[in-house]
Design a binder for this molecule. Structure first.
Ligand SMILES: [Zn+2]
Length: 270
């Protein structure tokens, strides 16, 4: 699943490919991807120039003057630049650029969504207004106060994008391992120091992953030709049965809030 580092990698890769190009048409082959309606998306984009590509949390933001297209990739969404609009049955939206080629949204699971919002103002309305701060911009004291009111496991709380934005399954496991905190520990029992450590480690983990182009694991690889390398430096995620790099104890896989979770139970005390 594309998490913050993968979306940031898509942003960096896509920017030079699409910036300054005019959208001449939009074709939607699977309408639920565009909940505002295919016509709304087409009217908003056609005739406008792509002026920037930004990222907020795990959302990609295509800026077209006074409109933006928010793209949330969810499980399997990805972009291709193609010569044809509907090469694969998993191609659901084609944004034609300069009448020449197409920015094609492909999604085998069909969970991704594209929304049109006004620019400026798109940060002040849902869904982006509902996001918590990214770890790099988070005030640990504030996050601690939020967590203190929750009785859920810390892993589940960190996956909640209203608490902090940008952390998904891979990076929460790595953050909690680096913070020496068990994923099942109740959010409300964490000290201010614990939360300070979590925010610091989450920032470091995401920065490192962005620098390595994100992670390419399981089915998700960057369709634009970039392969992330962060999977090569994972400490616990996907490492069940292997020795902990810190203490040598065998890493176990468990389930927290329905998500596969990797933990060293010697380093990460409940
Ligand atoms: Zn360990």
């Amino acid at each position: 699943m594309p998490e913050l580092p993968e979306v940031e990698t898509i942003r960096r890769t896509l920017l030079p490919m699409v910036k300054g190009r005019v959208v001449t048409d939009v074709s939607v082959f699977y309408p639920p991807i565009t909940p505002d309606g295919p016509d709304v998306v087409k009217d908003a984009l056609a005739g406008r120039t792509i002026t920037d590509v930004r990222r907020v949390g795990k959302h990609l933001v295509l800026v077209l003057g006074d409109r933006v297209l928010l793209v949330h990739f969810r499980m399997e969404g990805r972009f291709f630049i193609r010569k044809t609009t509907h090469e694969s049955k998993h191609d659901h939206v084609a944004i034609t650029l300069d009448g020449i080629d197409h920015l094609v949204y492909n999604d085998t699971r069909k969970f991704g969504r594209m929304l049109v919002r006004d620019n400026p103002g798109y940060m002040d309305v849902a869904p982006l207004s509902l996001l918590g701060p990214e770890p790099a911009f988070a005030d640990p004291k504030r996050i601690w106060k939020t967590l203190r009111s929750k009785t859920i496991a810390i892993k589940t709380a960190l996956l909640d994008q209203h608490v902090m934005a940008g952390l998904g399954n891979i990076y929460v496991d790595e953050t909690l391992f680096a913070s020496r905190i068990h994923p099942l520990k109740s959010s409300k029992t964490l000290t201010r120091k614990d939360v300070g450590t979590i925010v610091k480690e989450a920032t470091r983990v995401l920065d490192e992953a962005c620098a390595l182009g994100g992670s390419s694991i399981r089915t998700y690889t960057d369709a634009l030709g970039v392969h992330g390398r962060f999977q090569n430096v994972l400490n616990v995620h996907t490492k069940a049965g292997e020795p902990c790099p810190t203490c040598g104890q065998t890493i176990i896989k468990t389930v927290v809030g329905g998500r596969g979770t990797y933990v060293c139970e010697r380093c990460q005390k409940k």
